[in-house]
Design a protein around this ligand. Structure first.
Ligand code: PEP
Length: 250
């Protein structure tokens, strides 16, 4: 499967810095690399980033969406609005949304279904906390989150799953390739049993302190189809280093 590298800018970026970052990424993209690349800027920058990448292979995504298509929800953004601004993807269920906003698996599933209904590819995030891993509960937590968060499988070909151990996000710690392999294998099995052959085609991304120095090893691990990248997506050189590592594996 073609690797997919997604940059999650989180709550970072003003117009000037975003322009420079996108220009740097576009200028340095490895020529002919068969790697999918998507940028998820804050909503305020989505349309302008989409304009900048229009003639390139780079796509854009939102960082969250509301489960409803419109209505009285001050401050929220609906999936059709993201699509209208030029998005192709939307991250749902990121651990920062789950912890900052108390998002449940059921809400994450509703958001993923709203994304699919608007023609967006939801990137459904799951991952255990440090406490859960220490208690030996990581696999059970992942199974439970998958069962509760994944949308109905009518459109499995549009789905993306991201395994992001909470303790590895923004900390500099990464899961070992053996741990990543174990969790990704479990996710693949769950996808296959829910969606049959289509479950084999769902990209499973790893996220959690991915950087150029560890990208080759993580992306080369079985069933790792790409990366969801936070901090290292804010520097063109680092993000390009991860894309280059992915391209080298093809
Ligand atoms: C993320 O925000 O999804 C993430 C993985 O962040 P970082 O790469 O900074 O750990």
């Amino acid at each position: 499967m073609r690797k997919l590298i997604v940059g999650n800018w989180k709550m970072n970026g003003l117009r000037q810095s975003a322009d420079a970052l996108v220009r740097g990424i576009l200028d340095g993209l490895p020529v002919g690399a068969d790697v999918g690349v998507a940028l998820c800027p804050p909503a305020t920058l989505l349309a302008s980033v989409a304009d900048m990448v229009r003639e390139s292979p780079v796509e854009v995504g939102g960082q969250d969406c509301h489960p409803e298509a419109s209505g009285a929800h001050t401050g929220d953004i609906a999936a059709p609005m993201l699509a209208d601004a030029g998005a192709r993807y939307v991250i749902v269920g990121h651990s920062e949304r789950r912890s900052d906003h108390g998002e449940s698996d059921a809400l994450v599933r509703a958001k993923a279904e709203a994304a699919l209904a608007s023609g967006l590819r939801p990137i459904v995030c799951i991952g255990e906390t440090a406490e859960q891993r220490r208690a030996g509960e990581a696999l059970a937590v992942i199974k439970h989150q998958l069962a509760g968060s994944l949308p109905a499988f009518a459109q499995a070909d549009a789905l993306v799953v991201a395994y992001e151990p909470v303790w590895a996000i923004g900390t500099g710690d990464t899961a070992t390739p053996a741990d990543v392999e174990e969790v990704h294998a479990l996710i693949r099995t769950a996808l296959r049993s829910a969606a049959g052959d289509a479950g084999s085609q769902v990209p499973i991304l790893y996220g959690g302190s991915v950087k150029p120095a560890n990208a080759g090893e993580l992306l080369g691990t079985a069933e790792v189809d790409g990366a969801l990248v936070g901090g290292a997506s804010l520097k063109a050189e680092d993000f390009l280093g991860i894309i280059t590592a992915a391209a080298a594996l093809n």
